[in-house]
Write a protein that binds this ligand. Structure first.
Ligand SMILES: Cc1ncc(COP(=O)(O)O)c(C=O)c1O
Length: 397
């Protein structure tokens, strides 16, 4: 059964898919480069990339070749068995970061669950019985929808129906080191922070804030977790967003773009933390299987190329400068780093996102009045120009 017509898909979706999302009013059928196409033959310039996932866009030949070759050989074996793609991916992630070990899972929320559990285990092994159970997270942070990740995602709309959540969580103001110093203490197990907040409105952590959190965690023997699920893997023009601060975490979580659109999550762990982890402490049936790991190897090699990262930085600057130059009265502020851009508006972002569809432009919001632009990282100047032209037309009404 092939369902290409939009009414048929809409109908089945309305009947059978649990509606936890507001859907865009079209049915996507395929993509090419930075463009998506719908069932009515309309083309969209994609500034959303499946919510900061499709870093290499659509139809990248090397990515497709890696996926199809590996799929023909071996898709899944579970983590009871060794496969070369997983070991090789872990080795590359370690070589390119502070980490000594990698735990693989399937999503951003799972990566953060792993990070919280690993931090707890490290405390259990190193400070037994000390009551060192506190988790510190930040206003406007987003770490996922599973109970642990949700517990450190302070949004009443997301949290309230699901209480009780994890205990001993304290929420601190973002980029406020003095406040953090009053909260992080001997009872703190872990601090979790996004170096660039995504869902919460695209807010960049200052280097001083991340450096200060590092010092506080060191002073109180707490585990510092950087959630780079959205801002990592080249999105900011650096391979890891925290590189802008000069400090490294104890654990970094990754997901979205890592396997080019296939589901993957990873917790990158320092040797110090990894030393506390034993067989049986955590697990995942699918995590880091050979198919996703083969895809991720291609994505990681491409993105970690300094020339690729320079391109991201240049395109990000062009898009940000162009947005500022629009001088649209609805634009309050343009912020972000690399190709992770937030445009704060005086009007609801959802209205601009909707208007974008009619102009062949796909965007997402980040909160009620922030437009989030997280395009495929392969975006070129010609696409930046097209995006600015379209946004200009949309904002002029
Ligand atoms: C920073 C951050 N962490 C965690 C998550 C959760 O990832 P997932 O939806 O893959 O569970 C997201 C998703 O948007 C995110 O932006």
């Amino acid at each position: 059964m092939t369902l290409t017509t939009m009414p048929a898909v809409l109908d089945l979706d309305a009947q059978c898919v649990l509606h936890t999302y507001t859907r865009a009013p079209f049915v996507l059928t395929h993509g090419e480069g930075v463009y998506l196409y719908d069932s009515e033959g309309r083309r969209y310039l994609d500034l959303a990339a499946g919510i900061a996932v499709n870093a290499l866009g659509y139809g990248d030949p090397a990515l497709l070749a890696a996926i199809s070759q590996q799929a023909a050989r071996l898709i899944h074996v579970s983590n009871l068995y060794l496969t070369a793609p997983q070991a090789e991916l872990a080795a590359r992630l370690c070589a390119l970061s502070f980490a000594g070990k990698v735990f693989f899972c399937n999503s951003g929320a799972e990566a953060n669950e792993a990070a919280i559990k690993l931090a707890r285990k490290w405390v259990y092994a190193n400070h037994p019985g000390a009551g060192k159970t506190g988790l510190v997270a930040f206003e406007n942070g987003f770490h996922g929808r599973t109970i642990g990740a949700l517990s450190v995602t302070p949004r009443p709309r997301y949290q309230d129906p699901f209480r009780p959540l994890l205990p001993d969580v304290t929420i601190a103001p973002f980029n406020d080191l003095e406040a953090a110093a009053g909260i992080i203490g001997p009872d703190t197990c872990a601090v979790i922070v996004e170096p660039v907040q995504g869902e919460g409105g695209v807010h960049v952590a200052t280097p001083e804030f991340l450096q200060g959190l590092r010092a506080l965690c060191d002073a109180h023997d707490a585990v510092l977790i950087f959630d780079e699920v959205q801002c990592g893997m080249g999105r900011t023009g650096m391979l890891w967003a925290h590189q802008a601060s000069g400090v490294t975490p104890d654990i970094m979580t990754l997901a979205k773009p890592l396997a080019g659109g296939l589901p993957i999550g990873a917790a990158l762990i320092s040797d110090r933390i990894a030393a506390a982890i034993e067989v049986g402490d955590h697990g995942s049936t699918f995590g880091g299987g050979p198919l996703v790991a083969s895809a991720a190897r291609v994505v990681l090699e491409r993105i970690s190329d300094p020339a690729f990262l320079r391109h991201v930085e240049a395109m990000g600057a062009a898009l940000r400068d162009g947005l500022a130059a629009l001088r649209a009265p609805q634009i309050v502020e343009v912020r972000g780093r690399g190709l992770m851009i937030g445009v704060e508006l005086t009007v609801p972002a959802a209205e601009v996102v909707s208007a974008g569809y009619a102009h062949g432009l796909i965007m997402v919001s980040a909160g009620p009045n922030v437009l989030r632009l997280v395009p495929p990282l392969i975006l070129e100047q010609v696409h930046v120009d097209e995006a600015l032209e379209k946004l200009d037309a949309i904002l002029r009404g």
